[in-house]
Design a binder for this molecule. Structure first.
Ligand code: HEM
Length: 142
């Protein structure tokens, strides 16, 4: 991601901050409409998860400039997702749905450059989450 893209994604999260739980709600509604088979992976009651997802999305995006902190955070999240049954293909299925929910929330503040920036951010987050899905290799020299 370029610094400009990091800036765009961060600004959009800040702009949506007070509404991120609603965005998460809309995201889950869209996800289960598009991929009904995924519903069973999630708890019946989504209230707590919606808040956790919204908080995590903000924290993880804000962590990007501190790359070490970002990697630790995303890796840990990815490692936990293995236990939820999440596999690599799920991340690809979820990306357009999350981008649509963000676009709907931002309305005419959503634009092509922001879409490309979010696409990159999502891919970077999921690549590191997937790194967390496999055991860390031993450190060289240890
Ligand atoms: C940007 C990507 C994602 C983020 C930021 C994210 C965030 C979260 C957070 C914060 C939680 C709460 C539990 C925890 O912190 O470990 C969670 C749970 C969960 N996520 Fe994700 N997630 C992402 C991608 C996905 C994908 C692609 C799937 C696949 C369908 C998925 C499925 C789940 C499931 C099934 C749970 C567990 C719910 C439960 O049993 O409580 N997530 N996610």
């Amino acid at each position: 991601m370029t610094p400009e893209q990091v800036g765009l994604v961060t600004q959009s999260v800040v702009a949506l901050r007070s509404r991120l739980a609603e965005v998460a709600d809309d995201f889950y509604a869209r996800l289960f409409e598009r991929h009904p088979d995924l519903r069973a992976m999630f708890p019946a009651e989504l209230t707590a998860l919606r808040r956790k997802f919204a908080d995590e999305l903000e924290l993880i995006v804000r962590a990007i400039p501190d790359f070490g902190g970002f990697v630790d955070r995303a890796r840990g999240l990815g490692s936990r997702h293995v236990g939820y049954g999440v596999r690599a293909g799920h991340y690809t299925a979820v990306r357009p749905v999350l981008l649509e929910a963000l676009a709907a929330a931002l309305g005419d503040r959503w634009h092509d450059e922001l879409a490309v920036a979010w696409h990159s951010a999502y891919d970077m987050i999921t690549e590191v989450m997937l790194m967390g899905a496999v055991p860390a290799p031993p450190r060289i020299g240890s």
